[in-house]
Design a protein around this ligand. Sequence first.
Ligand code: FB9
Length: 499
Amino acid sequence: MESLQNLVLTTLDREQVIENSIALTLDGAPVDQLALLGALNALTSRDVIVYTPIDVETWVLTDEGTSIADTGSHEAKVFNSVPQGEEGISIAEVQKLLGEVAKFGQGKAFSNKWIKKNGNNLVRLTETIVDKTQLDLQQIRDTGSHSDAVTNDLKKRKLIEKRKSSSFKVEKGPKFTLNVEKEATDITQEMLKSGAWKTANFKKYNFTTAQGIAPVGGHVHPLLKVREEFRQIFFELGFSEMPTNRFVESSFWNFDALFQPQQHPARDAHDTFFLKDPATDDKLPADYLERVKNVHSKGGYGSIGYQYNWKIEEAQKLVLRTHTTAISSWMLYQLAQEKEFRPVKWFSIDRVFRNETVDATHLAEFHQIEGVIADRGITLGDLIGVLHGFFQKLGIEKLRFKPAYNPYTEPSMEIFSWHDGLGKWVEIGNSGMFRPEMLRPMGLPEDVSVIAWGLSLERPTMIKYGIDNIRELVGHKLDLDMVYKNPICRLDKKMGREG
Ligand code: FB9
């Protein structure tokens, strides 16, 4: 910046005025006008100079235009490839010699009456030519201008384009001087100590043209945007959120309390992540644990149980929870400890972990969305009605239910919705009524039943944002631009038809 300031001052001192700064050079190279503007503003702020912008539109050559200005036009090259004499040269030969140039130059060479067809050959109509296109382009390269007729033709042929160049006329200001003192931009410790701050020349704040730095804020991940939409839907339906901030769970709450037998394959290390240290949790409610042990091994409440030797060691093993239903079971147990039963509508949306084979749409973890309703005498019909109400909020009108199996619900149903795009029914979740073998040992009253359902957060999110591979949505290879730029999420009516 300073060398530019010196260049302006010495030029003004020598020539009194700079008619057009486009002519200025520094170290033999044209001066960048944008950089020069910074120097001019600095000098203007102390009335050393005054300047007026000169906005000029000039013609500049495109890459193809530059090549023609250097080596001749396509039509001239076609003419030069045709030998003197009546025989001429075959059209095929010219195309072999010149390739694309022949295609572009032949027509113009005909219209210039430089060549003509003779059967399959081209023959010359004149001995010499003037390559006007090349000459016109060289003039534009040198002067930036030409007649309208020429510039219109060359623009149409994409050989030139218009460019606006900003430059400046610069004159001496009322306080013109060659000895411009460097402006101070900060008060330093030295200045304070020496007292130089008293006479220092401080640069004025530029509140008019300074480009502020765009504040970089945080960005919400699409999964969390969709989670928020689902949270609002549950709140609208009168549900309260369960406290799911517990990824590590005992096998007791994750499996045994849900009447999931200890030899169930889902409890195998191939399907579940077990912790090494700490490996177990022995702080489990002894009386409830005894009732769970009995219902697994001997049955009860009308059930024959699984008739196996239930082991507390299995129940104490710590795992990464495989479903948020571990929290639902803990919450229902807490509810059963209250003096008086009260109906509840709970939901949760949080991460769960499964030791599964990963693929394009499945990772070893996903977010489970779960709804739970406990009340006296509610039935499967209530569950179906609630599911219609819930999915209607997502714009999904057509549901079908297919009998299924879950260890902890009976009956259980897979939930299907009609997918317009695919023209078929697609699975969108799972549901059921918690078994008595799960609820009764908790101490819930005989007439209380609990309906529940679940789905994943990733599937609707991938559909909403048109993401095919789960690794584009989560993981260390995520394109953060996607997080910064993805639109807000509204799970509106059309979501169902796309979903
Ligand atoms: O989310 C799933 N599919 C889905 C959901 C929504 C959607 O679009 C939006 C509505 C507009 C599109 C698709 N599924 C469940 C079905 C499949 O994707 C399935 O392949 C993957 N499932 C996960 C489990 O896979 C290991 C999705 C996840 C899932 C499955 C079951 C539950 C929760 C999540 C459950 C439960 C449950 C049952 C009874 C009681 C309590 C909880």
